[in-house]
Design a protein around this ligand. Structure first.
Ligand code: SF4
Length: 317
């Protein structure tokens, strides 16, 4: 098996919030609590979960946009966390980020082609002619050749997103982390943006897609990591199995139950207050022990639930 492009081990991130006065006590907010995963070359992995689940923080730590409080990040076999920005700068071209706010990432005075060609000139050192030719090629692949001279304000939301994608894809990175790249778009434009991104990934590169849209995760990703309260509660290849964790099931099939209606539990399993399985003999364990990921059936299916490990086929009440 080839070496993973991303390897995350025991990742922890705690944010510290200061009070309004110098003497106010600080609050420590655990955003990520012990996350492990890998992403192989050619793989597209989704990080899914509701707001506050920790998915964006994990993705930012992977790219070195945040430092972890503990744990390790390895990119293409090299330790990445803790490196100085000077060392990272030389390697950053290989690892690219696509932010949510496409319009904010674009220069209002530059055309679609200028966005791509200038990126290639500045970051790849291409000549003006080379950058123009390569930039136009990339715009054509993303269906934007006819819009080469359009300014951001003249583009639709979907076109703006595709220009940000063209700029990143033209650099041929090994890893792309896309944070909700389709937010705010209608379903048709969402599809075209994902098709442009995933359909044009450089060969052998990997992609982490941060999304709260389960249709996108199901349709475009090889593997899904469902997060709750800073932890991965289920890892699954949706082409081989269906989610079984009670929280992940509701994420993927809103008709199967309700998302947490009560505050998440601070001890034991965070989903406990809303979990239909946390009853009877399970109750004490769900209250007292945080479940960790265990393999369920196939190696790519792991779930963090005390009950499912014992009763994998028991249907929910
Ligand atoms: S560990 Fe307990 S509370 Fe958590 S999902 Fe499983 S059964 Fe429910």
């Amino acid at each position: 098996m080839s070496r993973p492009i991303v390897e995350v081990r025991g990742l922890v991130k705690t944010f510290t919030q200061s009070g309004p006065w110098p003497w106010s006590p600080q609050r420590h907010i655990p955003a990520v609590q012990g996350v492990d995963f890998t992403v192989a070359p050619g793989e597209v992995v989704a990080l899914v979960g509701q707001s506050g689940s920790g998915k964006t923080t994990v993705s930012r730590i992977v790219l070195g946009l945040e430092e972890p409080s503990a744990g390790e990040v390895w990119l293409a076999g090299e330790r990445w966390d803790g490196l100085s920005e000077r060392v990272r700068r030389e390697k950053r071209l290989r690892y690219q980020y696509i932010p949510q706010d496409a319009m904010g990432a674009l220069d209002p005075q530059q055309t679609a082609l200028e966005h791509v060609s200038e990126t290639l000139r500045v970051l790849r050192g291409l000549t003006r002619a080379e950058a123009g030719e390569k930039g136009l090629d990339m715009l054509a692949k993303l269906g934007l050749a006819a819009r080469r001279d359009a300014l951001p304000r003249e583009m639709s939301g979907g076109e703006q997103r595709r220009v940000t994608l063209a700029r990143v894809l033209a650099l041929e990175p090994q890893l792309i982390v896309a944070d909700e790249p389709t937010s705010g778009l209608d379903p048709e434009r969402r599809e075209s943006v994902l098709e442009a991104l995933i359909g044009n990934l450089p060969e052998g590169s990997a992609c982490i897609l941060v999304t709260h849209d389960m249709t996108e995760a199901r349709g475009w990703c090889d593997r899904v990591l469902a997060m709750l309260a800073g932890r991965v509660i289920e890892e699954i290849n949706l082409k081989e199995a269906e989610p079984v964790h009670p929280y992940a099931r509701v994420l993927f099939d809103p008709w199967s139950g309700t998302l947490p209606t009560q505050p998440l539990a601070l001890t034991g399993c965070p989903f406990r207050p809303d979990c239909p399985r946390a009853v009877g003999a399970n109750q004490a364990r769900c209250e007292g022990e945080i479940p960790t990921l265990s393999t369920l059936g196939v190696p790519e299916h792991r779930v963090a639930c005390h009950d499912l490990i014992v009763n994998p086929v028991l249907e929910l009440p």
